[in-house]
Design a protein around this ligand. Structure first.
Ligand code: GDP
Length: 603
């Protein structure tokens, strides 16, 4: 037995350097042989504590039970439970060129949770299938989960070949079936290996039973897996973990998930959308540090005192995360109660915790055939595509671009109810005119609530959509429909309807040109107040006079949008909802009651 290995237990890494280690998961249906494989790997690579194997063998003999390789794992587990070794979830074994860490002992109940949270981000996976049983739903589900979580390096092990008489034809049959399934979800395994975990064929030694197989053994396949590249070259993502006050310094602390930062860099803080320069990178000793990279936990200070808090994301101005009100997620649900439309959950994205409502369960994915079915609920262990509406704004990344910050978990107290990956397909970036932030907002803590802060709280900016057009052109219908749709998506939206305003605020006004001007002026002012309060206001007035619209615009020009609803006169006259055309033809009212000048003349 290798002496170095013998000095260590299988729960400890044998080398200290991270680049000499590879983290793997072993997945597969219950009883397909995961524990047996781990026992084998530990034994055949001389990674077991001295005498452990013999001790178990003896104990089986004494009790007259057949030896099981999984007992090795049980014994290690028992030691861990007694606190003999510290780590509860990691098992190490040695390869020729590096150590391997199995990040979850098979059968470990938290396995899925750890996978999903990324607490156990694995670089590669061994997926086990009992060749005798063939491809079952569970095997497909595991393949799908690996795909969902972006584990790209997968070797499929067809176990129990001894039971199948080491039959090449049987191996080929199961292999082809599973390969086709994996191809359908875009997973291409690095190898598909026939093994017998119990007998030790094709694990570390090739054995004599399968001369027809010329591919790599399990150990050779493992040595081929590449460690994940450090995400230094990706855009900066520095989620704020905490803000500490030391004398007069405020130190922003966290772990750089990707990219790099330097003293003097201008950084963007999300979701507040403020920019500021990095003043220093703090270190414990006298060392002067001017830059820091992905994987490092650092503290920085800023040139201006901005309000930052846990959950904010620091990036550069270019390649910033998207600010989203809604996100589409592919999630794996672990809650005991089903996930329901309309229910609210707490999403943890990076270091931030956000309340989110399930706006829509787009589909529940059947991992067996990948069909998507429309369902009202997502049951435990199901995978689904879900649209969340977030309270406030979330700074998010698409998982495809940023695997470290593009994932989330759903938490209930300390319990993890599910998790998954974020897709930003079709998501509107709510970032307010990028970094165009007025300098008055940058310095000091604002005690007033400004529009930016309201936008952050509401998840969108306020604004005025000033619909104009001929009477009967469809302004009100469109305004109401738009209101409904925006409302359903979680926007704060309100239609300022002419008739309603005239019943209250403007009940002193008639229909003379002066009164109509005053009517529009007041509506403009009210709309501006609404917009200032963060609401999206839709107005539907004929507002024929350029001057009136200009005035309405001037109350809040930045957020005023004139929308001209084009419809030809014949159509409008045919509709004549209010009978105005009839009155005009009869000469009872002037034509200016019917038309709005084309907005190009006003804008
Ligand atoms: P797990 O639930 O996936 O961890 O499965 P285990 O490793 O506990 O194995 C389940 C059963 O299958 C045990 O009785 C093992 O002895 C048996 N088994 C595992 N690997 C093989 C193998 O290669 N050949 C045969 N014949 N049986 C095996």
């Amino acid at each position: 037995m290798n002496t170095t290995a013998a000095l260590k237990t299988a729960a400890e890494p044998m080398t200290e350097r991270a680049e000499d280690q590879l983290r793997i998961v072993i997945v597969g249906h219950v009883d397909h042989g995961k524990s047996t494989l781990v026992g084998r790997l530990l034994h055949d690579t001389d990674s077991l504590p001295e005498g452990k194997f013999e001790q178990i063998e003896q104990s089986c003999k004494r009790r007259g039970m057949p030896f099981e390789w999984s007992f090795l794992l049980d014994a290690l587990q028992a030691e861990r439970d007694q606190g003999v070794t510290i780590d509860t979830t990691q098992i190490w074994f040695k390869g020729e060129t590096r150590d391997y860490c199995i990040i979850d002992a098979p059968g470990h109940r938290e396995f899925l949770k750890n996978m999903i949270t990324g607490a156990a981000m694995s670089e590669a996976a061994l997926l086990l299938i009992d060749v005798d049983e063939g491809v079952k739903e569970q095997s497909k589900r595991h393949g799908y989960l690996l795909h969902l979580l972006g584990v790209r390096q997968v070797a499929v092990l067809m176990n129990k070949m001894d039971k199948a008489g080491y039959d090449e034809a049987r191996f080929e049959q199961v292999k082809e079936e599973y390969k086709a399934y994996l191809a359908s979800i875009g997973v291409e395994p690095i190898a598909m290996i026939p093994i017998s975990a119990r007998e030790g064929d094709m694990i570390v030694e090739r054995g004599d039973n399968m001369p027809w197989y010329t591919g790599p053994s399990v150990m050779q396949a493992l040595e081929h897996f590449a460690p994940l590249p450090q995400p230094v070259d990706q855009p900066l993502r520095f989620p704020v973990q905490d803000v500490y006050k030391f004398d007069d310094r405020r130190i922003i602390a966290g772990r750089i998930e990707s990219g790099s930062l330097k003293v003097g860099d201008t950084i963007l803080i999300s979701p507040s959308n403020h920019t500021v320069r990095i003043h220093s990178i703090e270190t414990l000793g006298d060392e002067v540090k001017t830059e820091a990279h992905a994987g490092e936990s650092v503290g920085i200070t800023l040139e201006d005192q901005l309000f930052l808090e846990r959950g904010n994301i620091i990036s550069h101005v270019e390649n910033a995360p998207v600010l989203a009100k809604q996100i589409t997620a592919r999630l794996f649900w672990l809650g005991h109660e089903p996930l329901k439309e309309g229910a609210r959950y707490k999403l943890k994205i990076n270091t931030s915790e956000l309340m989110a409502e399930v706006t829509k369960i787009e589909k529940v994915i059947d991992t067996d055939n990948l069909d998507g079915a429309k369902q009202q609920t997502v049951e435990r262990n199901q995978v689904a595509e879900v649209l969340f509406t977030i309270r406030g704004l979330a700074a998010v990344d698409d998982y495809a671009d940023q695997s470290r910050t593009g994932r989330f978990v759903i938490i209930d107290g300390y319990d993890i109810m599910g998790g998954g990956i974020i897709s930003l397909d079709g998501v509107i970036n709510q970032r307010v005119s990028s970094t165009n932030v007025k300098s008055s907002n940058i310095h000091g803590v604002d005690l007033q609530i400004d529009m930016d802060q309201r936008a952050v709280m509401n998840g969108h900016t306020g604004g005025i959509l000033w619909f104009t057009g001929l009477s009967g052109s469809g302004k009100s219908t469109l305004a109401l429909e738009l209101q409904k749709r925006l409302f359903q998506k979680g926007y704060m939206v309100y239609v300022l309807d002419g008739d309603n305003v005239r019943q209250g605020l403007n009940n002193d006004l008639g229909f003379s040109p002066e009164d109509r001007t005053e009517n529009i002026r007041r509506v403009g002012e009210v709309a501006a107040l609404f917009a200032d309060a963060g609401v999206i206001v839709i107005t539907a007035f004929i507002s024929p006079y350029n001057e009136d619209r200009k005035r309405a615009r001037s109350a809040n020009p930045e957020y005023f949008h004139n929308v001209y609803i084009r419809a030809d006169v014949e159509t409008c006259e045919k509709r004549d909802v209010k009978g105005l055309y009839k009155k005009a033809r009869e000469g009872k009212i002037s034509e200016s009651n019917l038309v709005t000048a084309h907005p190009t003349s006003t804008t």
